[in-house]
Design a protein around this ligand. Structure first.
Ligand code: XMP
Length: 325
């Protein structure tokens, strides 16, 4: 039997009961595979790595070492969330690395999108490698591979995921959710007690806000983007719009003229994009009610220093890709 092929007989995990049965099965399998050895996991805070972390914590506790690298391009509160949920609530063995300065120094002046992606991906491998070298007695590498990753290894995700993990890391893999689809991973995550917002988090590109802070990233514009994005997410939550597949802000690297308190006020535009899709190959535009848009505009322009306009991107994919870069 090929371990990377989902058996026809495998029932779709749709209920907490089925999730609990899966969890029990996986705990036994993980313990059998790992014994008393240590396992390393890159914990980004995305759905898949979070569920794998929770499962492994349940199975082997402190034998799991989680490494969370904050590249400074996370959404507001996301690294804090990882520390709170895994470090504090689940009492995991968590190594937190704030690599913000390292990334932003490397990215300074780099405007070409694929070059930005490459730098972000390569730096992650370097940092992860450095951390792994400091640890002793690690025998296994856990990964949040899910079934679509196996099925679509030539698809959008593979094309984008320049990050990946060091290939030369000669460790046996632990991939407990590799035969699950995303909806099943979420059911399992909730059964493991992970917070709803973490389990139902919208997809977030590996390079994070790096591909939404358009052109060469600067700290002030990145901060403005992060704050505007947090307001957008808060308002989508409050207004029952968080079913939308992906919604975010991009901030281009040019300013326009505005006026504030009777004085000239130059600022960047914040561009809202809210799309629905099934597989990210095509996407349609969510209709956001105008009162919500007015309120978001009002909040962003008043609360975020440096932003003086809000624009709405109405372009479907094709012709526009989901991300601007
Ligand atoms: P595009 O912009 O190609 O995006 O229409 C399709 C989906 O992929 C996400 N995306 C990325 N994901 N690394 C990732 O992990 C990346 O470099 C990357 N670029 C785009 C995008 O958010 C959308 O969900």
């Amino acid at each position: 039997m090929n371990p990377n092929v989902r058996p026809d007989t495998m029932e779709r995990i749709t209920t907490p009961e089925l999730a609990n049965a899966f969890i029990d099965e996986q705990i036994a399998a993980i313990r059998a595979q790992v014994g008393d050895k240590k396992v390393l996991l890159a914990l980004s805070g995305g759905v898949d790595s979070s569920v794998v972390a929770a499962l492994l914590i349940k199975a082997i506790g402190k034998q799991l070492v989680c490494v969370h690298v904050n590249h400074g391009l996370m959404r507001k509160g996301e690294s804090e969330d990882v520390i709170r949920v895994f470090g504090e609530q689940m009492d995991a063995n968590l190594i937190y690395i704030d690599a913000t300065d390292r990334y932003l120094d490397l990215l300074a002046g780099v405007s070409e999108p694929e070059r930005k992606r490459k730098i972000i991906g390569e730096e992650f491998i370097k940092i992860f490698d450095e951390e792994a070298a400091k640890l002793e007695g690690i025998s296994f590498l856990a990964q949040g591979t899910i079934y679509p990753d196996i099925l679509e290894s030539k698809g959008v995700k593979a094309h984008h995921n320049v990050g990946g993990l060091p290939e030369e890391m000669d460790m046996e893999l632990v991939e407990p959710v590799k035969l699950l689809f995303k909806d099943e991973v979420r059911v399992v995550g909730e059964a493991l007690g992970l917070p709803h917002h973490m389990v139902y988090r919208q997809p977030f590109p590996g390079p994070g806000l790096g591909v939404r802070c358009l052109g060469a990233i600067t700290r002030d514009r990145l901060n403005a983007l992060r704050e505007a994005d947090a307001i957008l997410r808060e308002e989508f939550d409050k207004n029952g719009l968080n079913h939308v597949w992906q919604y975010f802000i991009s901030v281009p690297d040019f300013k326009s003229v505005g006026v504030k308190d009777g004085k000239r006020y130059e600022g960047w535009p914040a561009i809202i994009r809210a799309v629905n899709t099934v597989d990210a190959m095509t996407a349609t535009i969510e209709e956001i009610p105008y009162p919500v848009l007015h309120h978001i505009t009002d909040r962003i322009t008043h609360e975020v220093p440096g932003i003086n306009r809000v624009c709405l991107d109405l372009t479907p994919k094709p012709i526009g890709t989901i991300e601007w870069e």
